[in-house]
Design a protein around this ligand. Structure first.
Ligand SMILES: [Zn+2]
Length: 92
């Protein structure tokens, strides 16, 4: 595995899972982006694969997400400020 830390570019990286408690893998974790309109609750979560990476050089922890789902959520439910900041045109 040759994974590079996105923060410090170190290759001293380990792969692992997130646990809710000792020996209890998180059953279902979701990412809900910030910058959504108030009261946005339905269809605003992206399921996370429980596969994370940690850098032993700087402590950065990261994972990957389904960007198609994330972009759909932000286009549908993002505030005008969020959409503008991310470069989404209102006509889309
Ligand atoms: Zn690092």
């Amino acid at each position: 595995m040759d994974v590079k830390c996105p923060q410090c570019s170190s290759h001293q990286v380990v792969e692992g899972k997130i646990y809710n408690q000792i020996d209890y893998v998180a059953p279902r974790a979701y990412f809900r982006p910030g910058g959504l309109k108030p009261f946005s609750f339905l269809g605003v979560n992206v399921r996370l694969e429980n596969r994370f990476f940690a850098c032993i050089n700087c402590g950065f922890l990261w994972s990957k997400i389904d960007i198609a789902q994330l972009i759909r959520i932000l286009k549908e439910s993002g505030t005008p400020q969020t959409k503008k900041r991310l470069g989404f045109n209102e006509e889309e």
